[in-house]
Design a binder for this molecule. Structure first.
Ligand code: PMP
Length: 431
């Protein structure tokens, strides 16, 4: 079966590399971690995507999360088509902005007020500025391996130990700036306590992915999120749930509903924009009142609340809200896939570890349990690369990196799962 032709993708990539750094507009797309060149996508429909050379794939990237209804959902497309005729952007308020804000509030009551922005990066960056402005403190506590977009202060990981000063993990971010971010280990309460002890009353907020999904999927240990809620409250720091991935995916009310925790601020993205550039942050009215034009924390956007993006977001949330059984369906398909992979790959000896929370799945090429960033580092990246290539050659599109989630959409059907497991069985047999 391994005779796929990528001629057009190769040509387009060559031209792209001439004009776009690395040929891509977001680094992971380049597939360098798996030693491949990317395929260029022409279209998507339901659970499938099609590349420019006519190859078909069952898609488990789902645009990195937004495509929870599958690609080109007819209801969403119809609404967007109607909206297109009325104009693309006005830079003045429209009714759809409050309709979407109301829907977000209905799903996540913590978000009494919502500010719409254009990307997850903007949402977390703005939520952090707000937390600093509201608490009058400077430090932000984040977790190693959690990703919150590419704003300067969040591109930071721990140095040699969690109590050493944070250093930036990107060029172009001054270490002086990065010093305002301190880093603890996900699922490690002691590392959080130590930072609160050390920095006393200086921490403005703890920002966390309630389910870590950017080092592969790692569920929070029992009580970890509750612990974060308590320690932030005790220290007058805000708790920010970055639900850019989990929001509207784990449940209508995201991780807050799934785990029954009320943070102070929430960021959402991906699904909330239905595939268009839209994200949001929000929280209690009292906190949101610090945002301009009411308060002194500045945040703005020419295209914020864009009419086409809000249309796609509203239509997507409408489908989800009107069909709550979707969550049971995607979770069940994810369970079948995860259990199937476990059975195929670990027959005899444990070759992979699988984590799943709802419809988020990761297959880690390690025999260890994966509960924190350090565990992730034990993965065999070459194995992942051959797994990626084998799957792609056989029509299954997964993330070109070990450190990403696999997303299930409502358009995935049992036959997609069975076909995928057949290919993985073939790969497992070769190993
Ligand atoms: N937060 C989380 C949890 C994310 O997964 C991402 C992106 N994958 C972001 C923030 C940044 O979102 P964006 O890429 O839209 O800027």
């Amino acid at each position: 079966m391994q005779s796929r032709n990528y001629k057009k993708s190769e040509k387009y990539f060559d031209i792209s590399k001439e004009y776009i750094p690395g040929g891509v507009n977001s680094p992971v797309r380049a597939a360098r971690a798996v030693h491949r060149d990317p395929v260029f996508i022409k279209s998507g429909l339901g659970s499938k995507i099609f590349d420019v050379d006519g190859n078909e794939y069952i898609d488990y990237v789902c645009s990195w999360g937004p495509a929870i209804l599958g690609h080109a959902h007819p209801y969403v497309l119809e609404k967007v088509k109607k909206a297109l005729k009325k104009g693309l952007s006005f830079g003045a308020p429209t009714k759809k902005e409050y309709i979407l804000a109301e829907m977000i509030n209905e799903a996540m009551p913590v978000m009494e007020q919502v500010r719409l922005v254009n990307s997850g990066t903007e949402a977390t960056m703005s939520a952090i500025r707000l937390a600093r402005g509201y608490t009058n403190k400077d430090l932000i506590l984040k977790f190693t391996g959690c990703y919150h977009g590419h704003s300067d202060g969040l591109l930071v990981k721990a140095g040699s130990g969690v109590l050493t000063e944070a250093i930036s993990s990107s060029g172009g971010v001054p270490n002086d700036y990065a010093k305002n971010t301190v880093v603890a280990d996900f699922n490690d309460r002691e590392s959080v306590k130590a930072l609160f002890d050390k920095y006393n009353d200086k921490i403005a907020a703890v920002i966390v992915e309630p389910v870590a999904a950017n080092m592969g999927v790692i569920p929070p240990k029992d009580g970890f999120l509750e612990f974060l809620r308590e320690i932030t409250k005790k220290n007058n720091a805000l708790l920010i749930f970055d639900e850019v991935i989990t929001g509207f995916r784990l449940a209508k009310g995201g991780a807050c509903e799934y785990f029954g925790i009320k943070p102070d601020l929430i960021t959402v993205g991906k699904i909330v924009g239905g595939g268009m550039p839209l994200a949001a942050y929000g929280g209690k009215k009292e906190i949101m009142a610090k945002i301009s034009p009411l308060g002194d924390v500045y945040q703005a956007g020419t295209l914020s609340g864009n009419p086409i993006a809000t249309t796609a977001g509203i239509a997507t949330l409408e489908v989800l809200f009107q069909n709550p059984e979707i969550y049971a369906h995607i979770d069940e398909n994810a369970r079948l896939l995860a259990d199937g992979i476990e059975k195929i790959m670990n027959e005899g000896e444990k070759k992979v570890h699988i984590n799943r929370v709802g419809s988020l799945v990761s297959i880690f090429f390690t025999s260890k349990n994966v509960e924190c960033y350090e565990d992730v580092l034990s993965c065999d990246l070459d194995k992942y690369a051959s797994y990626y290539s084998f799957l792609r050659e056989n029509g299954i599109y997964v993330a070109p990196s070990q450190f990403e989630a696999l997303f299930i959409s409502n358009a995935h059907r049992m036959n997609d799962i069975i076909s995928t497991l057949d290919v993985i069985a073939e790969f497992g047999g070769k190993e």
